[in-house]
Design a protein around this ligand. Structure first.
Ligand code: HEM
Length: 359
């Protein structure tokens, strides 16, 4: 019981810090509420509000460009059917192939993690992010192209950015996988620069927790966002290649280790990009909190996932999320909105084709 109280207090402090950040974002001019999904209201139940002296959270105010003009109603007049088109396409693709939901969520992360959410990951030219080693197993490009083609015929040309399409597709993919819904703020512009070496800096599963925290912090995301967004690994797959080091650590459940070794066929693991294992060994197709309970059982697939339960900065959050499922859904919506707001471009172009910059 004592432990649960400790977890709760740490979580309340972190969530409080985040609420302050969001409150600041909402009070900034030109941002149309709600940036916060309605589910956020349920985030902290009254019994969680313990009378503790809180240290003053250090707030780094979002820059004006970050907040400049993202709004859920951005395309209300210029492309009223946008969200219906995206949802219909994502649903159709995921119904045909459920693995596409996870792939689209990951594609969105890899976009926002490099140069912000500017669709730089979609550019398909020599030396682009998409051609990087770290992007080898990214999928979903064709789905985004198909959505873009339909949007270009239904709405005025070059109105809806590829970055916005990818962001909304990630939300719809989450819902299709059984996860939460949130309002997507729109108005991102597409970037013109995309460099493979920058894509290779995205975490690949063998980093330590400090490196992960720093990577997230550099993008305006905090430790709670790190733990929550890593919860995306409740669905989807990894190549055997990405877990090759995990197979020789001791911080792993023995039965699980044996099963992974069997699935990955040990022998040619170093080059194995074609063999996959589920990121969530227990409920691989369902978006749920079991990812966190797996970590408690030393059944995290990626080394970085498992480390979240060993490090004192993140383990209380893992424990709280494992024991209180609704927290995961509510905070996932909030953290995904934050991810979608990373370094958004407020000026620039809307591409005609998501794979190429405009001539
Ligand atoms: C915390 C740092 C992270 C690390 C180290 C990491 C690492 C990885 C790795 C190694 C894979 C498997 C890649 C492969 O071998 O094919 C993967 C898959 C995936 N990641 Fe992450 N990831 C991180 C954060 C995130 C975030 C923030 C999201 C989403 C918001 C995300 C969503 C996913 C999804 C959904 C998959 C499955 C993709 C599929 O099945 O196609 N990851 N991640």
């Amino acid at each position: 019981m004592k432990w649960r109280w400790c977890f709760s207090i740490v979580l309340v402090l972190l969530v409080h810090h985040m609420e302050m950040e969001l409150a600041m974002a909402l009070s900034a001019k030109d941002v149309t509420p709600p940036l916060v999904p309605t589910t956020m209201k349920k985030t902290i139940s009254p019994k969680w509000r313990v009378p503790v002296a809180r240290p003053r959270p250090k707030i780094i105010p979002p820059t004006p460009t970050e907040l400049a003009y993202l709004s859920p109603t951005h395309y209300l007049k210029s492309c009223p059917n946008l969200e219906a088109i995206i949802q219909q396409k994502v649903n159709a693709w995921v119904k045909r192939d459920y693995t596409m939901a996870a792939s689209i969520i990951r594609l969105h992360f890899h976009d926002c993690a490099v140069r912000g959410c500017d669709a730089s990951i979609l550019l398909n030219h020599a030396g682009s992010e998409r051609r990087a080693l770290a992007s080898k197993t990214l999928r979903g490009f064709e789905l985004i192209d198909e959505i873009k083609a339909e949007v270009e015929t239904s709405c005025p040309p070059k109105t809806v950015s590829c970055a916005d399409i990818l962001t909304a597709a990630a939300r719809d993919a989450t819902v299709m996988a059984g996860g939460p819904f949130w309002e997507v703020p729109f108005g991102r512009k597409d970037g013109r620069v995309s460099l493979a070496n920058e894509a290779n800096s995205v975490p690949q599963g063998h980093e330590n927790v400090t490196a992960l925290i720093e990577f997230f912090q550099a993008r305006g995301l905090n430790i709670l966002d790190l733990v929550i967004l890593s919860g995306s690994h409740t669905i989807g797959r990894s190549t055997c290649y990405s877990i090759r080091q995990r197979l020789s650590t001791d911080n792993i459940n023995l039965k699980y280790l044996n099963s992974l070794r069997r699935q990955c066929n040990n022998s040619n693991i170093n080059i194995n990009l074609n063999r996959f294992v589920d990121l969530d060994a227990t409920t691989p197709k369902t978006f749920d909190e079991i990812y966190y309970t797996n970590l408690e059982k030393k059944m995290g697939l990626l080394q970085t996932d498992q480390l979240l339960y060993s490090d004192a900065r993140t383990s209380p959050l893992v424990a709280a999320l494992a024991s209180q499922p609704s927290l995961f859904f509510n905070q996932f919506a909030v953290s995904m909105i934050k991810l979608g707001n990373v370094q958004v471009r407020t000026a620039g172009e809307v591409r005609l084709n998501c794979d190429y910059v405009n001539p």
